[in-house]
Design a protein around this ligand. Structure first.
Ligand code: GLC
Ligand code: GLC
Length: 651
């Protein structure tokens, strides 16, 4: 958009830029800045226009982008240009992700680089390496309490190692995903240390208060994130004799984005990592970026404006880099992290689909898909150039954050239903084979979440103890069922470290004092590569599971109907145990895949009359992409074994 005020300002700013910045060849930079400047200026003005230092801050923002551009390598700029030309590149079905901790997957970053062939073996071409930056020992929140945003944790390696990983990945067309922890720093970060020493410039980087007056006002409406280990949202700092806002752990100080200097520092860090060859940045806990008295301090409008501004600025310098929003919030809120009032995504291009994740677990516990169906039906439509990250498990807990209206609409009472789910997965419900743990029960609200590895939650751990082959195979089938859905739903599937060969809970965290008050460690295992070798040995559970996953991934990549272009039609098929949807090729809509999944422990059938006009006369013409053969039928029914799925195409 051409707008005169901001353009004359842009010219003035460009004249003012430091001479060493001006001398460089900034052709692409100018074009992109020109295209985005109106948006950047308006957002920066909305957030910070009332401040006396607005102009110098605006100059410093443009300088940060220019500096980032100048240090971007020719190779990365080439990638930027290719991605600009093919701007829907990440919506393709070809991408399949995995999330892992460096020292859970390998010994360190160097060893991880050596293990790259494993990703190719399985078909993974996007790897989220969880936080690798400097963190104090014992006060790290699994890497999410960073004390230096530009240093690698020396237990994991150094800058050369991550460079090697990035190169190794780029050579093999694997995308590198790293975290940017935007919401807080460790209390041992230099800014926090300076603040604690009384430097007011750095005290302004955080939310710091002399007494309880304002903290108490905030507390009235702020929920507790870790009520068992870290109740309350403020921590007393004896050095300063002041209160600091600490929403997560007491050693994680919340950054104050009402200060433009904080925004610019964090943008600089984003560009630093973009220039180290990171393809996708996972922005951690984005819902929390803006704090306002009288609110839950989550999903605030200004949090969205900050993300839009980050995106617009990053696009000027490193347009090939994507953002993932990690916002584990209500379905109507999650969708806003793609951007509101827009056609094309303008905040984060990718968002965790926590809604689908929680709904899938509901299906497993109830053996029934009515809530799953209802929740998917009400999943708001995404914007263009936006996609979901579909996952079953990750390094965090599972919260049953469904929309209460959906829960009621299918006939459950929300409180009782959530209690059932927590009891089911923590194994307190008699008929449950699950071996999960309750995470952060909040006695005041009755809320609780669940931890546990995928394998243990679907009953593999208890089945292996019983030694019953039928129970083991039923757990393996549940793992495959869940993955068949995240691989076909639309979006990028994200497989969690260890899930491709059924790694169960790891109880060793209980002996580690820095971990034993956080049972999320139960599902952050270290891969035993000797055991993982069993994936090559026919007849083992690992072989069955791994090879089935590998096959599904390969088929997904070949099935263009699985790309993500709002090309899914959910079907109501009059069978409460089945989830059924059609995926079609958005360019050739006649190319369709009918996805059917049976969540029940008993065989079920799909009545072809129930899939509308398309169904009845198609009997006999279906082929299952996964098995390569015709599905089992009986009369006009397609029959599914317990926990079986089909990806049916028409011959
Ligand atoms: C994110 C991370 C989680 C961490 C939290 C606080 O949600 O996924 O592990 O505890 O942020 O940084
Ligand atoms: C925050 C994160 C969520 C995580 C939780 C920590 O709410 O957004 O992902 O599960 O912290 O348990």
């Amino acid at each position: 958009m051409y707008e005169q005020v901001s353009h004359s300002l842009l010219n003035a700013i460009l004249d003012d830029l430091k001479p060493e910045i001006r001398r460089q060849d900034l052709r692409h930079f100018y074009t992109r800045l020109g295209a985005n400047f109106y948006a950047i200026y308006s957002l920066f003005f909305t957030l910070y226009g009332h401040r006396e230092d607005f102009k110098p801050q605006m100059l410093s923002l443009v300088e940060t982008m220019a500096k980032g551009y100048i240090t971007r390598s020719a190779e990365l700029e080439r990638v930027d240009i290719l991605r600009e030309q093919d701007h829907n590149w990440f919506l393709s079905q070809k991408w399949v992700g995995m999330a892992l901790y460096t020292n859970g997957f390998a010994d360190n970053l160097d060893d991880l680089a050596d293990k790259t062939p494993y990703f190719q073996e399985l078909g993974i071409n996007m790897v989220h390496i969880m936080p690798i930056l400097m963190c104090p020992t014992g006060k790290s929140d699994g890497g999410y309490a960073i004390s230096d945003f530009r240093q690698i944790d020396d237990r994991l390696g150094n800058m050369n190692d991550i460079r090697r990983v990035a190169e190794e990945f780029r050579k093999r067309d694997i995308l590198l995903v790293l975290d940017i922890v935007l919401n807080h720093t460790s209390d041992e970060h230099e800014w926090a240390l300076k603040a604690a020493r009384g430097e007011s410039r750095y005290q302004d980087y955080y939310y710091i208060f002399d007494n309880r007056e304002i903290p108490d006002m905030f507390e009235q409406t702020m929920p507790d994130i870790f009520p068992e280990s870290d109740p309350g949202n403020f921590t007393w700092n004896a050095d300063m004799q002041k209160w600091v806002m600490t929403v997560f752990h007491e050693y994680q100080w919340d950054l104050n984005y009402s200060n433009p200097a904080v925004f610019i520092e964090m943008l600089d860090i984003i560009l630093f990592w973009a220039n180290h060859g990171v393809d996708v940045l996972r922005l951690d806990a984005v819902a929390f970026l803006w704090k306002k008295i009288g609110t839950s301090c989550q999903n605030e409008r200004n949090a969205h404006l900050i993300l839009q501004l980050m995106k617009d600025c990053c696009q000027v310098t490193a347009p090939g880099v994507l953002f993932i929003a990690e916002a584990i919030v209500a379905p109507v809120e999650v969708i806003k992290y793609f951007g509101e009032d827009a056609i094309i995504a303008k905040e984060c291009e990718i968002a965790y689909n926590a809604t689908l994740m929680a709904l899938l677990w509901d299906g497993i516990a109830t053996q029934n898909t009515k809530l799953l169906y209802q929740g998917i039906k009400n999943l708001p439509a995404k914007l263009e150039r936006a996609t979901w990250l579909n996952y079953v498990r990750c390094h965090d807990d599972i919260g049953f954050g469904f929309d209460d209206n959906d829960v009621r609409a299918v006939g459950y009472e929300p409180f009782a239903h959530r209690k059932f789910l927590v009891d089911y997965f923590s194994g307190q419900f008699d008929a449950s084979p699950a071996r999960g743990m309750v995470f952060m029960r909040n006695d005041e609200t009755g809320d609780a979440r669940i931890c546990g590895s995928l394998a243990s939650l679907v009953g593999l751990e208890s089945a292996q103890e019983s030694g019953e082959p039928a129970l083991i195979s039923s757990a393996v089938n549940k793992i495959l069922l869940l993955h068949s859905l995240i691989l076909s739903f639309g979006g990028i599937p994200l497989i969690y470290n260890g899930d491709a060969f059924g790694v169960v809970n790891d109880y060793s965290y209980r002996d580690d004092p820095s971990k034993n008050n956080d049972n999320r460690w139960i599902h952050r295992p270290k891969i035993n590569w000797e055991r993982a070798e069993l994936r090559k040995k026919q007849g083992t559970m690992e072989y069955t599971l791994f090879n089935a996953m590998k096959k599904m991934i390969a088929i997904r990549k070949e099935t263009s109907a699985f790309a993500d272009f709002n090309n899914r039609e959910l079907l109501n098929v009059n069978n409460e145990h089945l989830l059924c949807f059609i995926r079609f090729n958005y360019q050739r809509p006649s190319e369709r895949v009918l996805v059917v999944a049976n969540f029940d422990a008993n065989p079920q059938y799909l009545d072809l009359d129930d899939i509308g006009g398309r169904g009845a006369n198609l009997n006999g013409r279906f082929v299952d992409l996964y098995s390569g053969s015709k599905p089992d039928t009986y009369d006009r029914w397609i029959v599914l074994q317990p926990y079986q799925f089909y990806w049916l195409t028409i011959m």
